[in-house]
Design a protein around this ligand. Structure first.
Ligand code: HEM
Length: 411
């Protein structure tokens, strides 16, 4: 079987949907980095994939992805009881509505503060500006100290880890170096917090940072400082990655200015949530997720040998015309009549909350909705620039970073 690593690197988001069209809808079989691969598609495949009797994560992710995006020993790489226990920590920290609201309010306050500075600048690169806003907000929310002078470097590092995970060459090296710096910074903070609180149990506090620093595994042991740093980063990094969706929200508002009125009028909160869901569905971010077949499997009449790398098509399902009528139309009204059909909207994976599903969906939807409303009431001009979103690049965004000018200091 021919290896598809190069076509994947060259075609990006279009690789898997194209291969699926060519296979007439049958699961795509190929090889990646020499490994046997099958790619599954559709809501039923989501349920099948997220059943941990079928798919294991240990040893599934290529080391270059772990060394940039997730970190060694991260929750993403665990299975069974160890995973369930670590995952419960994230679900507790990230799904409580009051905590999610608190983060969104901090994002809004930081954005309002930043806007005064934007108003004094000729041009603002929205991508970089939003990354700084989210970096400040998530550090304060998570209880991780960050001097103002360290904001630009930290924001660049958190962005670089996401930007470089699927790349080769300088982008990948930048991601590795960024991870190294951030793990070192956070591991030192974990050790310091533990020194000041004896064995680290009493002072759990309620912040993300203190809770992770004091977290104990099933055997009663604290996480090694490096692992704790990795897991703190697994909150900070993806929250800053919402920058990609923030810029996509600006892109959607630019292409469809009619949505501004609904985002600033009455019922704006419900509309903003629908708008955020459509941003997550419509724009490309995570192309697929992967794991290893735990044993010999049968899927829709196909046999999957143990150890096969099983991919679940995310981008393709979010644009499947059988699931989403007219999928390439940006239309928030799809989400105005209640939550999406289970296992159909999968920009951040799917399945049950105690599986590997992203625990940051509520945070993402709420923050994107907040940013969309902020942008909708912000007066600004979009300067002449290349706003195409290249599907070959993973992750992608307009090359220019979305440059705006003439930002108003008052609404
Ligand atoms: C897992 C996407 C935001 C924390 C995942 C997965 C995807 C994903 C595709 C993998 C699911 C799987 O392995 O099957 C995204 C995208 C986001 C986002 C596109 C938008 C920027 C967040 C946020 C947080 C977060 C805001 C935390 C504050 C996590 C964690 C996992 C995860 C801890 C690992 C879950 C596990 O393996 O059990 N995310 N995510 N994510 N995400 Fe997110």
């Amino acid at each position: 079987m021919v290896d598809s690593t190069l076509p994947l690197l060259l075609r990006g988001y279009a690789w898997l949907p194209d291969r699926r069209r060519r296979s007439g809808g049958a699961p795509v079989r190929t090889r990646l980095l020499g490994r046997r691969v099958i790619a599954l598609h559709g809501p039923a495949a989501v349920r099948y994939f997220y059943d941990e009797r079928h798919i294991h994560r240990h040893d599934a992710l290529p080391q270059p992805v772990i060394d940039t995006l997730f970190g060694r020993g991260a929750v993403h790489t665990l299975d069974g009881e160890r995973h369930r226990q670590r995952k419960a920590l994230f679900n507790t920290l990230l799904k409580e509505p009051a905590r999610v609201r608190d983060l969104a309010e901090r994002v809004e306050r930081e954005a309002e503060r930043a806007r005064q500075e934007w108003a004094r600048s000729d041009r603002v690169v929205l991508f970089d500006a939003m990354a700084a806003v989210l970096t400040r907000a998530v550090h304060a929310w998570a209880g991780v100290p960050l001097p103002e002078g360290a904001v630009p470097r930290t924001a660049r590092d958190l962005v670089a880890m996401v930007d470089g995970f699927a790349a080769v060459g300088p982008r990948h090296l930048a991601a590795r170096r960024a991870r190294g710096r951030q793990e070192k910074r956070l591991a030192a903070l974990v050790e310091k917090a533990r020194e000041h609180s004896g064995d680290g149990v009493e002072e759990t506090g309620r912040t993300v940072f203190r809770t992770i620093a004091a977290h104990r595994e099933a055997d009663g042991a604290l996480l090694a400082p490096h692992t704790a740093a990795v897991e703190v980063l697994n909150v900070l990094r993806p929250t800053v990655a919402i920058t990609w969706f923030a810029v996509f929200a600006a892109h959607a508002l630019h292409r469809h200015p009619g949505h501004r009125a609904a985002l600033t009028g009455e019922d704006a909160t419900a509309y903003a949530v629908a708008f955020a869901q459509e941003v997550r569905r419509f724009y490309p971010f995570a192309p697929f997720v992967g794991g290893l077949a735990a044993e010999r499997l049968r899927w829709a009449g196909h046999t999957i040998r143990p150890g096969t790398l099983v991919l679940l098509d995310l981008y393709g399902l979010d644009h499947d015309p059988d699931v989403w009528p007219d999928p390439y139309r940006f239309d928030p009204s799809r989400f105005l009549n209640g939550p999406p059909v289970a296992d159909a909207l999968v920009p951040q994976g799917g399945g049950p909350a105690d599986g590997h599903r992203c625990p940051g969906e509520d945070v993402t939807v709420t923050v994107v909705a907040t940013v969309a409303r902020f942008l909708a009431r912000l007066p600004y001009d979009v300067v002449e620039q290349d706003l195409r979103i290249p599907l070959r690049r993973v992750p992608t965004s307009p090359r220019s970073g979305f440059v705006i000018s003439g930002v108003g200091a008052e609404a």
